[in-house]
Write a protein that binds this ligand. Structure first.
Ligand SMILES: [Zn+2]
Length: 439
């Protein structure tokens, strides 16, 4: 590092520190940070000013910008930020599966979501302070997002440069339950508590009581975890500010602790009973949310997949047997079971689902024993699959349960299912005839 190259920065620091240090002292200390501690120049300057108690905003030779200054669609941005959250996700792009990282970055002005498109060699960890060059920005739902593309360089800095407590959270984003997504920073949500129960957990070796439950507004229901005791009771209408959202098995949940502000609200709002009643949501909504807890969708059964019907399961691990063979335990006796693997489509999207024995019996109108008889008579296990196709294909069904999302799309473990129309195939045939006749 040439002397004259450093000169403007020495002046900068001198300005920020007033007469606390001589220029010689500043220069040698800056050099030490840069050469010995391998800090970038801006970091070295900032660290020095912080250490000696000056005003870093006096810097004129700035390289980097604050996160709050970033605008959408900037092709090339440099900044220093703390990694507030770091998550992994596998996505499918152009038919190939790839791993990306996403989360929140923060500095003392704001927090912004980020995505790292090629995390190999650029693994970010929560708590890292990084100086980033050559990132770009986009806008999503009115918020600037930072993207790490293939031109970006990332350098780790001393984590003390931006302490966790220095990270500005900004005003919480006011959201309804269907808008809640993973890692969106502080949120404010108004909802009615439907259920709550204490749970004893161990957090970092410490016994702790947390409170988990469900809350709801007109747009949906969501699981929550309160990490401190707010004396929540079922039926209460609350406004929670400075909560955060985190996904668990791809379903967003609300978390809050004693940093959150919780107000009991008295106003006109649907009752717990009204909110508990199932309301049907479009599948595209669930897809946008990246999964959801306890939702109901109404759609047409467009596919009854192979592996549906009468199956045999391994006594030991309950896996479905393939030709009398368990993947883990080899050739085993097995016991019979019923299931349906189906695809439901509502015109806005589709969801794969698996119905267990109870629901399968109800939808099909046959018990497991009756199915066994049927299979024995036909001497064919697939006989049941055929009658499933017959009974269910193109029928309209309401299903409820938790929906998760992954690279293959949405899947629901159905807790309940009900056929809506007596037999929509007849309806469809009638409709087709009608169409023929009106031609
Ligand atoms: Zn097994």
């Amino acid at each position: 590092m040439g002397e004259n190259k450093l000169a403007p920065h020495v002046e900068d620091v001198a300005r920020a520190l007033g007469s606390k240090l001589s220029e010689e002292e500043i220069e040698s200390e800056l050099k030490e940070y840069i050469e010995v501690y391998k800090l970038t120049i801006p970091m070295a300057k900032k660290t020095m000013v912080k250490k000696h108690g000056g005003d870093a905003s006096a810097f004129t030779t700035g390289f980097q910008r604050k996160l709050a200054e970033l605008r959408p669609n900037e092709p090339n941005v440099d900044f220093v930020a703390r990694v507030v959250t770091a998550n992994d996700k596998t996505i499918e792009a152009k038919g190939e599966k790839r791993r990306i990282m996403y989360g929140l970055l923060g500095d003392d002005t704001t927090t912004l979501p980020y995505t790292v498109w090629e995390p190999e060699g650029m693994q970010l960890e929560k708590g890292d302070v990084v100086s980033v060059k050559g990132a770009y920005t986009r806008e999503y739902r009115g918020r600037v997002e930072v993207h790490f593309g293939n031109r970006v360089t990332v350098r780790r800095e001393d984590p003390a440069t931006i302490d966790a407590s220095d990270v500005a959270q900004g005003p919480p984003k006011v959201v309804t339950i269907n808008q809640i997504r993973d890692s969106m920073g502080y949120i404010e949500v108004k909802a009615r508590v439907l259920s709550v129960e204490p749970k004893d957990v161990t957090v970092q070796g410490e016994e702790k009581t947390i409170y988990t439950g469900t809350m709801a507004d007109q747009t949906g229901r969501i699981q929550f975890t309160a990490w401190s005791d707010f004396h929540l009771k079922p039926g209460e209408l609350v406004k929670i500010s400075k909560a955060t959202a985190k996904s668990w098995r791809s379903i967003p949940q609300v978390n809050f602790d004693d940093r959150a502000e919780l107000l009991r609200v008295k106003e006109k709002f649907p009752t717990a009973e009204e909110l508990s009643r199932t309301s049907i949501v479009p599948i595209s909504d669930v897809a946008q949310r990246g999964g959801a807890a306890d939702v109901s969708v109404r759609g047409t059964i467009v596919e009854v997949r192979d592996g549906s019907g009468l199956i045999m399961r391994c006594q030991e691990c309950k896996r479905a047997l393939q030709k009398g063979t368990c993947k883990v335990h080899g050739r085993v006796e097995g016991y019979p079971d019923l299931r349906i693997k189906a695809v439901i489509d509502d015109g806005t999207g589709s969801v794969s689902t698996v119905f267990g024995r109870e629901i399968t019996e109800k939808l099909m109108g046959f018990t497991l024993d009756e199915c066994m008889d049927k299979a024995r008579q036909a001497m064919n296990f697939d006989a049941v699959k055929d009658s499933l196709d017959e009974a269910l294909l193109f029928r309209i069904v309401d299903i409820g349960g938790n929906v998760t999302a992954d690279a293959y799309g949405l899947s629901m473990i159905a807790k309940e299912a009900e056929l809506v129309t007596p037999d929509s195939k007849e309806d469809i045939e009638t409709l087709l005839v009608d169409l023929e006749e009106t031609k």
